[in-house]
Design a protein around this ligand. Structure first.
Ligand code: F6P
Length: 562
């Protein structure tokens, strides 16, 4: 049993009661338009610069009192103490009795010996694996690593799911312009055979390296896909005449075309992957917090060790900032606390993430696992029920695509949805259209959306455009819809590391106020168990008879149409 102190019930604190009263007062008349009009310093007050990133929180439903009360709430639930306990490696993941040490993954080598947790020199171990990965990636990138027929690697197929996929694929897409070794990466995650079929389509097996990524090395989807990839590889190498089908040549092909990333290195060996070609990590790294561990191997191959080091440095800088900045000035803590403000006091349970950067198009999907697998819970870290709403539904889409899809609801729907806009000043693809800088056209849209959401459009403004009276209400925008703008100079590996660490810590802040163990994920287990029980029922009548009526009817439909 972990010795983590019992969660403090935030709802029983005076700060919670004060926030509830404060919200009622604000709901009765607070408008962003007026706040901006009456306070020329508002933007300055609620803007923050953190290294590569600039944050504008001024278009949120907050004033100084909100910030003070939220920081008071954070202190009442001992947020800072829990943050320090996490960084120190205490077992704050109570249900699994584990440390939560993703911050150790990005500590510099100079910290070796300084973070010995449960008898393990975490930083020394991290750097030992990093050095092996860098050496391996350099061999692949330079062409020294060769496939079974002597050709160098041009394609990587990374097979994993959840945290073993969403991070790598998101970062690969985000940093694509920096892929300088002529190696293309593809990511297979779904157990739907269509995913694998499409990803290996057109690939030359002789120049393909498969990376099997699984923390546990037991995940059904990943192991099924890994076996499928092994069959594809051996069959296509045989068909190409690269191997003759003998057991030795098959083993040689697996050695040269398969590597693995896992915490279960014994299971990797059982799969037939040479332990020399396996890269480990540790149970104190949660799957959704693992992109900066060996799980990022495909990224080191695609972008090179130096870029990966810059990426890790971005995480580390954000970790340092979060740990060392007083709450009132700590934009990470404030963003997490604002989310609590919206969920628990304004009843806004949904949160949009809108990157105005096509390279970040997988960022919302990545955040869905990070935030919802972490904080979608009804029980606190000591096993008692939660005392308030928890979690937020995170979702989003790269701008401007979202503008032509769901922004209607954000602007004029009956529910307000806080939104984070993320944009960068510079683009790797500057383009002009008829003299117009297209990136500026794009950024103009980002600014226009946050302005429209905050300040809206009044009936008088609509009338002034000559709109028929009966149509005026349909064209009014109430405004007062909260947004946060995150503006960076350029989407570099460093800035991306900072951005990911930002949301990791936001998730931690929310989880702490709600009393959650944000690092377990028991909610995914029941479905896994039932899938094992149900799958035989497609063909086995006895298994079918044990199912509920709806499942039986669906399987009957399957049988009838197969
Ligand atoms: O979805 C449940 C989960 O356990 C995630 O937390 C994890 O990221 C994913 O499955 C994959 O697990 P593994 O890396 O062990 O294959």
């Amino acid at each position: 049993m972990s010795c983590t102190p019992a969660p403090i019930d935030a709802t029983q604190t005076p700060e919670w009661a004060a926030l509830a009263t404060h919200q009622k007062e604000m709901a009765d008349g607070f408008t962003l338009k007026e706040e901006f009009a009456k306070d020329a310093q508002r933007v300055e007050k609620f803007s923050f610069d953190m290294d590569d990133l600039h944050f504008d929180l001024s278009k949120n439903l907050i004033d100084q009192k909100t910030v003070d009360l939220l920081c008071g709430l954070a202190r009442a639930v001992k947020l800072e103490e829990r943050r320090d306990a996490m960084y120190a490696g205490e077992h704050i993941n109570t249900t699994e009795d584990r440390a939560v040490l993703h911050t150790a993954l990005r500590r510099p080598a100079s910290d070796k010996g300084k973070f010995v947790v449960d008898g393990q020199d975490t930083v020394a171990d991290v750097h030992e694996v990093l050095d092996r990965m860098y050496a391996f990636a350099n061999k692949v990138r330079s062409g020294e690593w060769k496939g079974v027929s002597g050709k160098h690697i041009e394609h990587v197929v990374s097979i994993g799911i959840g945290g073993s996929d969403l991070g790598p694929v998101m970062v690969y897409e985000a940093l694509r312009p920096l892929a300088d070794a002529g190696i293309d990466c593809r990511y297979v995650s779904n157990i739907d055979p269509n995913d694998m079929a499409e990803k290996v389509k057109g690939l030359d097996p002789e120049t393909t390296l498969c990376i099997i990524v699984s923390k546990t090395f037991t995940t059904l989807e990943t192991l099924t896909n890994a076996r499928e990839a092994r069959t594809w590889m051996l069959q296509s190498l045989r068909a190409a005449g690269a191997i003759d089908g003998s057991a030795e040549q098959d083993a040689d092909a697996i050695r040269k075309h398969f590597v693995a990333v896992s915490t279960a290195l014994d299971l990797v060996a059982d799969f037939g992957i040479d332990p020399e070609n396996a890269f480990g990590f540790w149970n104190w790294v949660g799957g959704r917090y693992s992109v900066d561990s060996a799980v990022g191997l495909s990224l080191i191959i695609a972008f090179g060790p130096e870029r990966f080091q810059e990426f890790l440095a971005g995480f580390h800088d954000m970790d340092h900032y979060f740990k060392n900045t007083p709450l009132e000035k700590n934009v990470v803590a404030l963003m997490g606390l604002m989310n609590v403000w919206y969920v628990n006091f304004w009843g806004m349970g949904s949160h949009a993430v809108l990157p105005y950067n096509q390279y970040l198009h997988r960022f919302p999907a990545y955040l869905q696992q990070l935030t919802m697998e972490s904080n979608g819970k009804s029980v606190r870290w000591d096993g008692t029920p939660v005392t308030s709403a928890t979690g937020e539904v995170f979702w989003g889409e790269a701008g401007t695509n979202g503008q032509h899809a769901f922004y209607q609801l954000i602007h004029q729907g009956t529910r307000a949805i806080p939104a984070d806009f993320i944009a960068f000043v510079n683009t790797p693809n500057p383009t002009k259209d008829d003299g117009q800088d297209v990136h500026e056209l794009f950024l103009g849209n980002f600014l226009a959306q946050t302005k429209a959401l905050a300040f809206g459009k009044t009936a008088d403004e609509v009338r002034a455009e000559g709109t028929a009276e009966w149509m005026v209400p349909a064209r009014v925008f109430d405004g007062n819809r909260p947004t946060t703008s995150i503006f960076g100079c350029e989407l570099t590996p460093h800035a991306l590391g900072e951005l990911i660490a930002l949301y990791e810590h936001i998730t931690f802040v929310e989880g702490t106020v709600w009393g959650l163990d944000s690092y377990d994920q028991w909610g995914v287990e029941l479905g896994k168990q039932l899938a094992k029980q149900i799958t035989p029922a497609f063909h086995d009548d006895e298994a079918l008879a044990q199912q509920d009526a709806s499942t039986q009817a669906l399987i009957a439909y399957y049988r009838a149409h197969r």
